[in-house]
Design a protein around this ligand. Structure first.
Ligand SMILES: NC(=O)c1ccc[n+]([C@@H]2O[C@H](COP(=O)([O-])OP(=O)(O)OC[C@H]3O[C@@H](n4cnc5c(N)ncnc54)[C@H](OP(=O)(O)O)[C@@H]3O)[C@@H](O)[C@H]2O)c1
Length: 216
């Protein structure tokens, strides 16, 4: 499979590139900063520079052409509400439109639990982030793409266990970036897991079993 990854030098993106490359997939990793090209290469991907803010839909489509699938794990990562709107919101819309133009029909979006950090600890910027991510989910679900939306809990950098809880509605919790990447790696290769939203936390079910159960 030829996979085009947006956010490839990020925490989830790096891990996913490694897994896909290890199974023999060809990964093109889009990165924003020049120095991130090396990170993509070290993970086993082919770097391509790109910017969700500055690139047009046509620019992105040109980069995506020839790929079977797109994975979007980019994000503004707390750099301000305007950036959240441009990257997590408009950036996702551009990427989805570009995938349609490029004929890259499989599209996996890393989203977020709408109930993340409920309970008063979330500030204005975080509330904006949640709204933008939800609108991005809505946009993607209205396309004809073969989409999959993965909503991870709070991401952890510590080593994953390879075990998760995954389903259309799951109690909010933490999840390791390792396990998010493992879930997307397996899900990309399970065509039956299509046009669904999956919430994902750490749990007791091996990733492969979790994907297989959701695919029936
Ligand atoms: N943090 C959490 O607990 C949490 C929970 C649930 C869901 N999520 C979601 O999970 C996703 C992945 O998380 P992560 O930990 O992998 O994030 P990350 O490490 O911040 O990686 C995001 C990547 O996106 C890139 N990016 C940002 N703006 C871009 C642009 N304009 N054009 C192209 N690339 C751009 C970043 O590059 P730069 O280094 O240049 O900025 C970075 O490499 C995000 O979408 C996030 O919203 C996060």
């Amino acid at each position: 499979m030829k996979v085009f990854q947006i956010g490839a030098a990020g925490g989830v993106g790096r891990r996913l590139t490694q897994l896909l490359a290890a199974r023999g997939d060809s990964v093109t990793g889009m990165h924003r900063r020049t120095d991130q090209g090396e990170t993509v290469r070290e993970s086993g991907g082919t770097p391509v520079a790109g910017d969700l803010i500055n690139d047009s839909v046509d620019d992105l489509a040109q980069k995506m052409r020839g790929h079977d699938a797109v994975v979007f794990s980019a994000g503004a990562h707390g750099t301000g509400s305007d950036k959240t709107t441009l990257i997590d919101g408009k950036g996702l819309r551009k990427a989805a439109d570009a995938a349609v133009l490029a004929g890259a029909t499989r599209f996996v979006l890393v989203s977020v639990f709408p109930d993340a950090l409920r309970g008063g600890e979330a500030g204005e910027g975080f509330e904006h982030y949640i709204k933008v991510k939800k609108s991005a989910d809505v946009y993607l679900t209205c396309t004809d793409l073969d989409w999959l939306i993965v909503r991870p809990g709070t991401l952890l950098d510590t080593p994953g266990s390879g075990r998760v809880t995954a389903g259309p509605a799951v109690e909010y919790g933490d999840v390791h970036r390792d396990d998010v990447a493992a879930f997307i790696d397996a899900a990309l290769h399970e065509p039956a897991l299509s046009r669904v939203i999956v919430e994902l936390t750490s749990g007791d079910t091996p990733v492969a079993d979790a994907v297989a159960r959701l695919a029936v």
